[in-house]
Write a protein that binds this ligand. Structure first.
Ligand code: GDP
Ligand code: MG
Length: 164
């Protein structure tokens, strides 16, 4: 499938996950609706249950931290959606829409954020977003190794088309 993007502006891409808690609670559709209502294009989507090895690879930067085992158990506990999304300033815009990492904190300081609305605590927090252009590139390619747009390397505009 080929998706045509807005050719008038420069876009940025990011990788989102709708985590097992939100999928199991039947909230994936609501979250995708919020994503699109906030001006993101979902340009690739995958429904997948991570293996332990895959979850450890994806979250490799956190290996050794106290919360790592719980994170891996949680992230392999059920299916997720991985989404490659595009928007101007997508990386920071998506992290702002998600809210703080800890859903309890999110409910206190950003009650309209997705983690406030759909997450539970510091581990079960409904969604993921890349934190930099480098991690966006790595994470998009983790789920969508066949994605082909020349701008992937330099985070330039996404005026081209995405092969699914
Ligand atoms: P994110 O970028 O906001 O998702 O946060 P991090 O990259 O720091 O952590 C990755 C994921 O690990 C988070 O989304 C949480 O699911 C989990 N996590 C992070 N920090 C903690 C923590 O202090 N305690 C626990 N239990 N889980 C955490
Ligand atoms: Mg992170």
């Amino acid at each position: 499938m080929v998706v045509e993007l807005d050719t008038s502006v420069s876009n940025e891409f990011t990788l989102a996950m709708i985590k097992p808690d939100a999928v199991a609670a039947g909230k994936a559709r609501d979250i995708m609706h919020a994503i699109e209502s906030n001006g993101f294009y979902i340009i690739a989507k995958k429904y997948i249950q991570l293996t332990e090895a895959e979850a450890k690879e994806f979250y490799g930067e956190h290996e050794g931290k106290p919360f790592f085992p719980n994170l891996i158990t949680f992230m392999t506990s059920g299916p997720i959606y991985a989404l490659c999304m595009s928007k101007i300033g997508a990386i920071s815009a998506w992290r702002a829409l998600m809210g703080p990492t800890n859903s309890k904190e999110a409910r206190e300081i950003k009650p309209t954020s997705l983690r406030a609305l759909y997450g539970t605590d510091n581990t079960k927090n409904a969604c993921h977003g890349s934190d930099s252009t480098n991690s966006a590139r790595r994470e998009v390619l983790f789920y969508f190794p066949d994605i082909s747009f020349p701008q992937l390397v330099d985070q330039g505009d996404l005026r081209k088309y995405i092969k699914k």
